[in-house]
Design a binder for this molecule. Structure first.
Ligand code: HEC
Length: 563
C-alpha cells in the first residue's frame, strides 16, 4: 500500500492545477507556506545559484530578492564568497518567482525568474551588468561621505533624511538664495512620512531668513546649481563574510502612504506597527503576511494625522503617542477597541505634540509617561482618570544645548528615564517627587535618541555621535560602542537575550548587530532604500530575529541572522 501513496498524491496535485479554480490553488499554496516557520539550516535549499558579472566573475555580497507574482512577501538572501546564493525552503514556497538584486554599480542583465517546486532544489544563475550611472543607488550615508564639506556642515544633512532621500538634495539646482525659500518650506512640514504630500505643522515656525543662510550657502555647493558635481561618488563596500549569512523577509503593507514607525511583536506572534501618516494601528501575521488595520478617531481633524511610539503595557494593551493629534491612545486587543487620552485644553498649545509614550510599568502606580514636544517637557497621565500632569524636568538641568525629551523608558518603580535628544544627557524623573536628575553621556553632543530597558540597563542610540550606549541604572555607569560606519546616525538600539545589541538608522540601509562582549559587529544590508526607526528583537526565536518598519517604504522587515 505504501508504494501507491506518492502516485495518488501526484494525481491530486495535477488535478488541482489543471481544473481547480485559481482561488483554490492559491489557498493550497497559502496553507503550505508558513513564512514564520523556523529555518532548518541543514536542509537542502529551495532555490540556489550564482551571481556573476563580466567585471568581477562570481560576486560576494549581492542581495538576491525573490518575489512570487502577486505576493505581498519578498525574501532576500546574500551571495557568499563564491558568489552562491541559497534560499531556505521555509521562506520560498512552491511558485514562480521574479529575481532582483541589490549590488551598487550593477543590475540584472536580463529579467530573471525561477520556478520553485516542492522536493527539489531549483537552480537559477544571475548575470549582472554594470550600470553607467550609480547616482540612483547611493544611500544617504554614501551621499554624506561623497559631498564636500566640514563635519558640522554634513551633520545638518541628517535632518533632511528623516523626510526624504538626499538624492533629491544633491540633484536639485537651487542657488543659495533659492534654498532659503525651499528650507522655509521644509521646516513647516509635519515630521514623518516619506510622501510628497506631508501636511504642514499646525503652526508655521517663526524663523528669520538669516537662520537659513549658512545652510543655504552650503547646500548650493553640493547640488547642481553650478553644473555637475566636481566630486566623485563614494560607496560603502558590499557585505562580506558573516554579513552574507542572513535571510530578510519583507512584508509589504496594503497602501504606499502607510508609514510604519515602531514595530512590536506580541506573545501570539503578531507583529504590530504604528502608522506615522494615518489614524490606524496595523497588525501583520508573519505566517502569511495578512495585514489587519484598526482605526481610531482623529481628535483634531485639521492637524497632521498619525502616531509614532508604540509600546505595550503589562496587561498587553498597546499604547500609541498621537503626535499632532495631541495625547495618547490605548488599544485593547481583546475587545479591539481604543480608549483615547487627549491632552486637555488647559495644558495644550497650538502645536501640542506627543511623540513618545511609556506605559511599561503603569501597573505599579496607574501612571503613563509621555512628552510634550511643543514645550520640551514631560507629561504623565493617570490611566484611570485621564488627568495629565505637566512636568518641566529641565529646571535643574546642566547648561548646554537646547533640550528635547525623546526616547522614554521606565524602571520597575515606574520612574521615568528619558533621552535628551537635543542635548547629551540621560534624564531620570522620580515617580514620587517628580524631580529630575541628569547623567551626561561620556561623549559630548551625543544627541541620545531612542532607548530600551532590559531590567538592569538602558540601551540607546547616540544619534549625532555614531555610537551606541548603555547605562547601568544601579551602578550609574555608562558604556559606549562606536558603530563601524561613520555617518550612520543610529536611531535606536535593542539588546537581545543572546547578548547582541541591534541598531537601525535612516541613513545607510543597514542593520547593525554588535557583540557587546567583544565589540565585533556585523552590518546587514537591506534589500531596498530603508528609513528605519524603532528596532525590535524577538527573543522567542533562536537566534533572535530583528523586526523593523521601513517608514518611507510601507513595509515591515524581518532580519534572521543565520549565525
Ligand atoms: C519634515 C519633512 C521634511 C524635511 C525635514 C525636509 N524636507 Fe525636503 N521636502 C519635503 C517634502 C514634503 C517635499 C516635497 C514637497 C515640496 O517640494 O515642498 C520636499 C522636497 C524637497 C526638495 C525638492 C523640491 C525642491 O524645492 O527642489 C528638495 C531639494 C528638498 N526637499 C531639500 C531638503 C533639504 C536640503 C532638507 C534638509 C535641510 C530637507 N529637504 C528636509 C519634506 C521635508
Amino acid at each position: 500500500m505504501r508504494s501507491s501513496r506518492p502516485a495518488r498524491l501526484a494525481v491530486v496535485v495535477l488535478a488541482l492545477s489543471a481544473s481547480a479554480p485559481a482561488w483554490l490553488a492559491r489557498e493550497a499554496r497559502a496553507q503550505q507556506a508558513n513564512f514564520d516557520a523556523p529555518i532548518d539550516r541543514t536542509a537542502p535549499p529551495a532555490l540556489t545559484g550564482v551571481a556573476a558579472s563580466a567585471a568581477e566573475g562570481p560576486m560576494e555580497g549581492v542581495l538576491v530578492t525573490a518575489r512570487a507574482t502577486g505576493s505581498t512577501i519578498a525574501t532576500s538572501v546574500v551571495t557568499d564568497g563564491s558568489g552562491r546564493f541559497a534560499f531556505p525552503r521555509e521562506r520560498l514556497p512552491s511558485g514562480d518567482y521574479a529575481l532582483s538584486v541589490r549590488a551598487t554599480g550593477y543590475r540584472v542583465a536580463a529579467a530573471a525568474t525561477a520556478r520553485v517546486a516542492a522536493g527539489t532544489t531549483a537552480a537559477a544563475s544571475l548575470e549582472l551588468a554594470a550600470v553607467a550611472d550609480i547616482s540612483s543607488q547611493l544611500t544617504n550615508t554614501e551621499w554624506i561621505m561623497s559631498v564636500p564639506g566640514t563635519d558640522s556642515q554634513k551633520r545638518a544633512l541628517a535632518t533632511c533624511a528623516s523626510c526624504h532621500s538626499l538624492e533629491r538634495v544633491v540633484k536639485s539646482t537651487h542657488t543659495a538664495g533659492e534654498w532659503v525659500g525651499a528650507l522655509r518650506r521644509m521646516v513647516d512640514y509635519a515630521a514623518e512620512s516619506g510622501s510628497d504630500d506631508i501636511p504642514r505643522r499646525p503652526k508655521p515656525r517663526d524663523i528669520p531668513d538669516a537662520k537659513f543662510q549658512n545652510l543655504a550657502a552650503y547646500l548650493a555647493t553640493i547640488n547642481r546649481s553650478r553644473g555637475d558635481w566636481a566630486w566623485p561618488l563614494k560607496t560603502l563596500p558590499r557585505p562580506r563574510g558573516a554579513a552574507t549569512r542572513v535571510v530578510v523577509t519583507e512584508y509589504f503593507l496594503p497602501r504606499a502612504v502607510i508609514g510604519p514607525h515602531d514595530v512590536s511583536r506580541d506573545d501570539d506572534g503578531f507583529v504590530w506597527y504604528s502608522n506615522s501618516a494615518e489614524q490606524t494601528l496595523g497588525r501583520v501575521d508573519p505566517r502569511d503576511g495578512a495585514v489587519k488595520e484598526f482605526s481610531y478617531p482623529a481628535p483634531k481633524p485639521d492637524a497632521p494625522l498619525g502616531s509614532l511610539d508604540l509600546e505595550p503595557d503589562a496587561s498587553g494593551g498597546l499604547w500609541l503617542s498621537m503626535m499632532y493629534q495631541g495625547g495618547l491612545a490605548r488599544f485593547d486587543k481583546k475587545t479591539e477597541t481604543f480608549k483615547l487620552f487627549p491632552v486637555p485644553p488647559e495644558l495644550a498649545t497650538d502645536d501640542t505634540q506627543q511623540s513618545m509614550v511609556m506605559p511599561a510599568f503603569s501597573n505599579v502606580d496607574g501612571k503613563v509617561w509621555t512628552n510634550e514636544v511643543s514645550r520640551q517637557s514631560i507629561m504623565r497621565v493617570d490611566a484611570a482618570t485621564g488627568k495629565y500632569e505637566l512636568i518641566d524636568p529641565f529646571a535643574n538641568a546642566p547648561p548646554g544645548p537646547a533640550h528635547t525629551p525623546y526616547g522614554l523608558a521606565a524602571d520597575a518603580g515606574n520612574n521615568l528615564w528619558f533621552m535628551d535628544f537635543g542635548g547629551e544627557s540621560i534624564g531620570r524623573v522620580d515617580a514620587k517627587t517628580l524631580r529630575a536628575t541628569f547623567y551626561p553621556t561620556p561623549t559630548r553632543n551625543s544627541h541620545p535618541r531612542r532607548v530600551m530597558y532590559d531590567g538592569s540597563k538602558l540601551w540607546f542610540a547616540e544619534f549625532a555621535a555614531d555610537r551606541l550606549g548603555s547605562f547601568d541604572i544601579a551602578r550609574e555607569k555608562f558604556e559606549e560602542w562606536r558603530v563601524p560606519t561613520p555617518w550612520s546616525f543610529p536611531y535606536d538600539a535593542f539588546k537581545d537575550s543572546a547578548g547582541f545589541l541591534w541598531s537601525g538608522n535612516m541613513s545607510n540601509d543597514r542593520i547593525l548587530r554588535l557583540d557587546t562582549a567583544t565589540g565585533a559587529s556585523v552590518e546587514y544590508l537591506l534589500p531596498r532604500p530603508s528609513n528605519i526607526r524603532r528596532v525590535f528583537v524577538d527573543n522567542s526565536t533562536r537566534p533572535p530575529a530583528l523586526w523593523a518598519g521601513n517608514n518611507h517604504g510601507a513595509e515591515i522587515v524581518r532580519m534572521e541572522a543565520l549565525e
